[in-house]
Structures are given as structure tokens and as C-alpha cells.
Design a protein around this ligand. Sequence first.
Ligand SMILES: Cc1ncc(COP(=O)(O)O)c(C=O)c1O
Length: 386
Amino acid sequence: MTQERANKTGFETRAIHAGYEPDAMTGAVIPPIYASSTYKQDGVGGLRGGYEYSRSANPTRTALEGALAAVEDGVRGFAFASGLAAEDTIIRALTGTGGHVVIPDDAYGGTYRLFDKVAKVWGLDHSPAPVADTEAVAAAIEPGRTRLVWVETPTNPMLTIGDIEALATVAHDAGALLVVDNTFASPYLQQPLTLGADVVVHSTTKYVGGHSDVVGGAVIVRDLELAEKIAFHQNAMGAVAGPFDSFLVNRGLKTLHVRMDRHCDNAERVVAFLDADPRVTEVIYPGLTSHPGHEVAARQMKRFGGMVSFRVAGGVERALAVCERAEVFTLAESLGGIESLIEHPGRMTHASVAGTDLEVPDDLIRLSVGIESVEDLLADLDRALG
Ligand SMILES: Cc1ncc(COP(=O)(O)O)c(C=O)c1O
């Protein structure tokens, strides 16, 4: 299928066909791993297909980048060595020095660390604001100085929901860009660019890769001018995804829709189980009508995702014991893979925000609900709760 045609198809078809047409020479149906750092030139400057050196472009990465742009409805996608490398590139490409950004007050700990311990040293200030409260985000904007309004929705690990359309309006009114970290929803459940966001960022380590076998990141934009800036910095800074990693992420992307539907099915059953359990004091899931962001999530997400957070009676000791007793749920950081994971954000993924405004409750447990038999997941949680 031509790329022009692929880009007009449904999400599932785009995930499988966009970014690559079977290789003209061999007919290879799947993008080969081009393990070449450099490319023969037909005379000085006579590049074949624009390939010169693999930091600037590599055909395996090009295939992935085309597919990423197509599934997020953007004009261009970029693949990076990690989610944080993707974030770093956005910050350097789009903020300049002496600026300011608004960030979620419950951002992923690594994102907060990047703003607070790295970007701040270069002179970029940040103000944490609750993404669920558009007015509070608007109040945190410093007109003339704020370059980016950065949101996650749902956030990690509190699963707070921000209204992307409304946030885009407040950012644009103040001359800032809206960046949405779409890692938790994945492009299958939510497409921020179609709701007014300017930049989407992913840790493709998570749902897009989907098999816990690769670390990667992505940036997708809907504007060619922004694309030029990101492209320049991607090459100038060099934190690109290698061909082997690009292959794995692209392979994961092709089954994203099928996996994601099963993640959602299983998460809904886990939520119903936990919600009815007296050992659990609170279940946090945007699909629950009691979740304060439920209506917004229902409007901007196809379904509510595979991430579930909950708090237990008995405080931190109980929370740690539940994490340690689980067997089908593996005690590990990260999320979005086929296997179920359990973790204690306060001591694990979010340990770096302890003592800051972003500190998370110590009786909180986060689940990445995988696609195993749901009966096994429920039995495991029942046993782990003790
Ligand atoms: C929401 C979110 N954004 C960004 C990142 C960073 O991605 P990476 O670990 O691939 O650098 C993570 C990692 O957990 C994350 O959960």
C-alpha cells in the first residue's frame, strides 16, 4: 500500500502499514534492521534516498518514525533512545534559555527530575500545577516567559486527568505550546494532537513497545516548523533510537490496538474486584464514575487504559507486603508490557520526588495490568492482600 493511502486508513491499518512500503529490491514485508552506520554515496553528495549517516537517518528508524506520526495524526515523528531523551530534546529545542514551563504536580518522577535537577541548572524555571484544574494551570503560566505547558494525562501514578482541549486553549492564549506525555494512554486510546496539543511525547518503552524488551522514546508534532526544530536537535544532540530498538518498537506498535483492548478489559475486572474489597481504601482509575476526571477522560479517551492505582488499609507496611507477596504480578518498575507488574511508587518509581510537592502517598500501589488470564490476576491480588 502506498504511504499516501496508508495515512488515510483506520488506526489499526495505519499501525500496521504506515511508515514503510515493502522493500523495492527484496519485497521484505517488514522493515529490515539496517545495521549500518553509514551509506555509500553515488558521487560526493549523491545520497540514495537521503541516507548519509545513521545518527541523521536510518531506514529502520524512518519506518518507525513514519508509523508514529501516522498513529498520532501528526506531520512527523521522531524516535529516541529513551522517553527521557525525547523529553530532553523537546526541552532544548523548544524553550531556549531564561524561560519557564508549567509541569504536572504529579508528573512521572524522572520527568520532574529532568526539569528540577537538569533544566533548572541551565536557567529554565518550572512551576508544578494540578493538571486536572485548568484554571490553576492557567494561573501558573507566566505570560511572555512560559514556553511550554507540559501535561501527562493520565498522570503517573495518580491517574489524574487533564482536559487537553482546554489546556491547549490556555497555553495558546499565553503564547505557549502544549506538550502532552501520552505514555499512559497510548495513541490507540488518545490522540492529543487532534485535541489541540502541539507536541506529543512517549516513553515507547511502555505500551507502544509493549513487551518490556526495549527502552525508547518518541516525539510527534503537527506543525512543520516545530518538526524542523526537533529534527535539528535530534541530529545535533544524537539521542536517537538505534536500528534494533526501532525494529522492536515498530513491531510492538503493529499490535498496540489488540493488546490495549485486552489491557483495558483486564484492568476493568481488576478495578471491580479492588473496589469491592474492604482491604482497599481507595481505587484510582479514570473509568470509575467516582474518579474526578471521569467525564473528561470519557470524552478524550477511547477507553480508560491498563493502569490502576490503589491504596490499602494498614499503611506503608501493608502496601510493601502486598507488593512483595504478589506472584503473577511481578514486582518491578515500568509498565505497559504484556505481563502484569506491581510496584510501590513511593519507594520505587517516584522515590526521587520524596519530600517535594510531588510526593505520593506511602500506602499507594500501582498496577500495570497485563494481558494474562484475568482469573489468575484476581486470585493473585486476593492472595497478596493477605
Ligand atoms: C509517563 C512517563 N513519561 C516518561 C517516562 C520516561 O521514559 P523512559 O524510561 O523510556 O526514559 C516514563 C518512564 O517511566 C513515564 O512513565
